[in-house]
Design a binder for this molecule. Structure first.
Ligand code: CA
Length: 512
């Protein structure tokens, strides 16, 4: 019988670590499987493929795919070769999510509460990334594609743990929206305003950088260049995978590696590559981009196979937040309420596929809680580098090794905490979500448009949603379920107290 997360106690193993479940049987099995793998002298490669603004419902394995005019056979096939997570969580928007995955810490701790735009200051500097810790453990670390964790020099990838970076430092729309007369005629048709944008303190090019060095411009991101970015970046990653293969003759060949491949797609505005333009049954730019992303996953996985590295590589595929519905109808299919920018499920519940053929059982679908922050401690453990976990700061990610490596593994995470920028919003345990604040309930704010619209409202009495019976969070159950109240308020108390001992920092504050 699986353990009930509502009634099972989580263990706090150290003051700076998020409490988690340690189920003796699965911990023992996972430890022995991992020890057997390490006994071969190898450490697993890690490939993270992170999409931008792609919704939970976009892929076939989540009920989208052919049903919504954009087949995703490669992603669906990979899901069948590993674990399909139905309760995988990001933060509500790009930068907070990316920084949380990279540091294992909530935005309220690392301080990147919202995305820096057009060269605004602030970023990752001062944080410890798992890329940095893997590199110190002997990994070759490569970042490709979208960064968006700070454009300032100290926060650039080559200064926070990556040996090499090839991509852009900010976010897709910033490079092109002001160039497109459809969206910004008042800038395109004004020389004065075009000059003004060009003088804003952001780099209009995508760049290349190597560890400790300065960025070098590769090419200005005009609209035609933007449409080719995902192909250029994929070629770069494919080359990296080939060079790292044992026996390839590359200088670093055979060393373990971490490839952080972040796509441009499918963030607005999508200008599909000519090979994909109009190729989706939906013939919509967003859907054309989804089939391109699926094709990219297929190419990366095939390269791992062709170079004999698939069975030595942990693959994690996800999105950095829920669908962007302010650009309706890009990602209009979702079983959840609201969208990117909110703490309703539509904002933070994202696709999550984990595969490692031979080590992670195939054909598993699980609703166990998984936060992208959990990658931090889990990957360090898989790499045999868990001793490098920082002790001078609070780590919100838990160790999910046993969840992944055991055929019937259960999630080791008890609570999922939702923060709406700097306002605590909700806590999930089991199928229950206890909510004390969120984006307004106005239909215009939560049924179609994203959570960046509307107002934040606090609920005097709190609300309780059953996510199995009511995934759209339409009906508070609180008055009929008061028996649970202590377990929610207890979880909240411990969470808030952790900020007393380990206060957060706020280099990028809430916009208010
Ligand atoms: Ca995003």
């Amino acid at each position: 019988m699986p353990h009930d997360p509502v009634v099972t106690e989580a263990v706090r193993e150290a003051a700076h670590l998020e409490p988690q479940f340690r189920f003796a049987d699965q911990e023992a099995l996972a430890a022995s499987r991992l020890a057997a793998y390490h006994a071969t002298g190898k450490s697993p490669n890690v490939l993270v493929i992170l999409f931008d603004d792609v919704g939970w419902g976009d892929f076939g394995c989540y009920g989208g795919g052919v049903a919504v005019g954009a087949p995703t056979p490669n992603i669906d096939r990979l899901a069948r070769r590993g674990m399909l997570l139905t309760s995988c969580y990001s933060e509500p928007s790009c930068t907070p999510s990316r920084a949380s995955m990279m540091t294992g810490r909530l935005p309220m701790r690392h301080g990147l509460l919202r995305p820096p735009m057009y060269g605004q200051k602030g970023g990752l500097d001062g944080e410890i990334t798992f890329a940095q810790l893997l590199r110190e453990a002997g990994y070759v670390t490569q970042a490709v594609g979208k960064w968006h964790m700070g454009e300032n020099v100290e926060s650039q990838p080559q200064h926070v743990g990556f040996d090499d970076f090839y991509g852009f430092l900010s976010v897709s729309d910033m490079y092109t929206e002001w160039r497109d007369p459809y969206f910004f005629p008042e800038i395109v048709y004004s020389e004065e305003r075009t000059k003004w944008v060009e003088n804003l303190p952001f780099n209009r090019c995508f760049v290349h950088a190597v560890k400790g060095g300065e960025t070098e411009n590769v090419e200005e991101v005009t609209i035609p260049v933007l449409s080719q970015l995902d192909q250029k970046w994929t070629d770069y990653s494919l080359d990296f995978i080939r060079r790292m293969a044992p026996g390839s003759g590359g200088a670093e060949a055979g060393r373990p590696w971490f490839l952080y491949h972040c796509t441009r797609g499918a963030h607005f505005d999508n200008y599909p590559h000519e090979d994909f333009l109009g190729r989706s049954p939906a013939k919509h730019p967003y859907k054309d981009t989804i089939i391109e992303l699926d094709d990219i996953v297929g190419r990366l996985v095939r390269e791992l196979e062709a170079t004999g590295q698939l069975e030595d590589t942990l693959i994690f595929i996800s999105s950095d937040n829920g669908p962007e519905m302010e650009t309706w109808p890009d990602a209009a299919y979702s079983p959840f309420r609201c969208a990117k920018g909110s703490t309703w499920e539509g904002g933070q519940r994202v696709p999550g596929i984990v595969a490692w053929p031979g080590m992670i059982e195939a054909d598993r679908a699980t609703d166990g809680l998984f936060s992208q922050m959990d990658l931090f401690r889990t990957v360090l453990r898989l790499a045999g580098a868990e001793a490098a976990t920082p002790t001078d700061r609070y780590i919100d990610g838990v160790d999910q090794t046993a969840f992944l490596l055991c055929p019937d593994g259960e999630s080791t995470r008890k609570y999922l905490y939702y923060w709406l920028v700097n306002v605590f919003s909700a806590l999930r345990v089991g199928e229950w979500k206890f909510m004390v604040a969120s984006t307004s309930d106005d239909d215009r704010d939560c049924l179609n448009l994203g959570g960046f619209t509307g107002v934040t409202q606090k609920y005097t009495h709190g609300r309780l949603y059953n996510l199995y019976l009511d995934p759209k969070e339409s009906h508070s159950y609180m008055i009929r379920k008061l028996a649970y109240i202590d377990s929610f308020t207890g979880g909240l108390r411990d969470h808030f107290m952790s900020f007393g001992a380990y206060p957060g920092k706020h280099p990028i504050a809430a916009m208010s």
